[in-house]
Design a binder for this molecule. Structure first.
Ligand code: FAD
Ligand code: SF4
Ligand code: SF4
Length: 427
């Protein structure tokens, strides 16, 4: 979104292709953001709206690029518009269809906590505010069709293919979290009270499913919550050797937020190293310690469940002579890491590095240039990073893409006759 806005503000025409029914990425699902503790929805929604209303941006949601061919100095992208079964021209986002639909489904926006309907507006601040109908789970009762005041339900709608021509492409396909059950020793596939960081984000979010932090296993308010760091990162057994860079900070942030909503709860963070590298991040960590969050240097080997469905952690306490103890908590949060969301090789002929994220041949000199001229990369598509770094990189990708577009217009780098007026001052 940031890269699109930066290019559009410079007068370039931008097509933004999003595979989901709404833009917003992972950020719109978060509660508050480190290190400022700003409300995530409050800072993301205006950006989403700016993208949707920018005269130079055309939004293509629920779309996927199928192939990209190079023609002279342009790329021609073949794009699949998936069927929403809704006429987006007439749908007003009134949600009457959603209220009428009798089929409840786990809500993907809330990490499958809480329920949604087969036809729904994806979430309250979705952009565009248009419904989407999940045809796989529809029983064709027609209730939505009967109540829709805009006559927008269309069961006969089909997917469509269309083309976009562009001079430059910016890949911003983001990340996925490590599957919660990737590490079998942590038992997340069968212990209900072992959750991951994104589930905790939804429990903490003001727009979340329950409006408070409860154990998914039995709805009980937890008195003791543990975080297991590096649960999926820096782990050779999973083939993920890198640090995901955000997990320490989001665990500390969530611990602070839980202290606010459950002031009597004990919160423990089991870590190998605490990595708080950004501006103001070390202070953020120290603030959490001062608030009473317990930090224990120790590697969690395994988790099992006691008779009351409390997770029991087997931990090697590094600072206490490496002896192994068992500690019981009401709720355990796995600080899962970042995995690449998308392999661009088949569609864009852009290769990935050893870690699976998009390869950048000259990281120090041109951090957004892929190996294919005209194709740039930004954000977590390039590797794990937080929002601050993603936004900075988005600006850099926009600048590199703009310069490439100018060069291809002129066949050479753009030269401006400045005369006596300077266009920019670098101090
Ligand atoms: C639990 C948790 C808490 C976090 N808390 C914070 C925090 O407090 N502060 C902070 O700075 N960072 C935080 N982060 C990190 C933050 O989420 C990321 O830095 C940020 O979301 C990266 O943005 P992005 O645009 O690169 O990727 P994403 O947010 O993943 O967005 C990528 C977008 O691309 C779309 N997409 C993917 N593939 C395709 C495709 N093939 N075609 C079309 N569209 C596609 C996706 O649907 C998505 O909309 C947290 C991360 C986690 C896991
Ligand atoms: S499909 Fe109809 S009922 Fe549903 S949100 Fe759109 S206008 Fe409202
Ligand atoms: S037709 Fe399908 S989407 Fe519409 S109300 Fe019935 S089950 Fe829900």
């Amino acid at each position: 979104m940031q890269s699109a806005l930066d290019l559009a503000d410079q007068g370039y025409q931008v097509a933004l292709v999003e595979r989901e029914p709404s833009i917003g990425g992972k950020m719109i699902t978060l509660s508050k953001v480190f290190p400022t503790l700003d409300c995530c929805s409050c800072i993301t929604t205006p950006k989403m709206s700016a993208v949707a209303h920018h005269e130079n941006i055309r939004l293509y949601t629920y779309c996927q690029v199928q192939s990209v061919n190079e023609q002279e100095q342009h790329f021609k992208a073949i794009v699949l518009q998936k069927a929403r079964y809704i006429n987006v021209e007439t749908c007003t986002g009134c949600r009457q269809c959603e209220y009428a639909c009798p089929i409840n489904l786990p809500n993907p926006f809330d990490m499958n906590l809480g329920a949604t309907r087969t036809v729904r507006v994806p979430f309250s601040t979705a952009v565009p505010q248009k419904a989407v109908l999940d045809i796989e789970n529809c029983i064709f009762c027609g209730k939505c069709e009967r109540v829709c005041p805009a006559n927008a339900i269309d069961f006969t709608q089909e997917s469509e293919i269309f083309e976009i021509e562009a001079t430059a492409i910016v890949l911003a396909t983001g990340f996925e979290i490590t599957p919660r059950n990737a590490k079998k020793e942590y038992g997340a596939d069968h212990i209900h009270n072992v959750i991951d960081g994104l589930v905790m984000e939804r429990l903490l979010a003001p727009t979340g499913p329950y409006g408070r932090v409860i154990r998914p296993g039995d709805g009980k308010e937890p008195d003791s919550i543990a975080y297991v760091q590096c649960a999926g990162s820096r782990d050779e057994t999973l083939g993920v050797e890198y640090c995901s860079r955000v997990c320490c900070m989001y665990a500390i942030k969530q611990a602070m937020l839980i202290s606010g909503s459950l002031p009597l709860a004990d919160i423990t963070i089991y870590y190998i190293d605490i990595r708080c590298f950004g501006k103001g991040y070390e202070q953020f960590f120290q603030n959490a310690r001062a608030m009473g969050v317990e930090f224990i240097k120790g590697k969690v080997a395994s988790i099992h469940e006691d008779d009351d469905h409390n997770p029991v952690l087997r931990v090697e306490l590094v600072d206490e002579g490496s002896h192994v103890v068992e500690r019981t908590h009401d709720l355990v949060v796995l600080s899962v890491g970042m995995l690449p969301a998308y392999d661009p090789q088949a569609t864009y002929q852009v290769s990935t590095a050893e870690d699976g994220f998009v390869a950048i041949p000259a990281t120090n000199l041109s951090p957004c240039k892929t190996e294919r001229p005209g194709i740039f990369v930004t954000g977590t598509a390039a590797g794990p990073m937080d929002i601050v770094d993603s936004v900075v990189m988005a600006g850099a990708a926009a600048a590199e893409a703009a310069s490439y577009i100018e060069m291809s217009k002129n066949g050479q780098p753009l030269r401006v006759d400045l005369g006596k007026k300077w266009e920019a001052i670098h101090v």
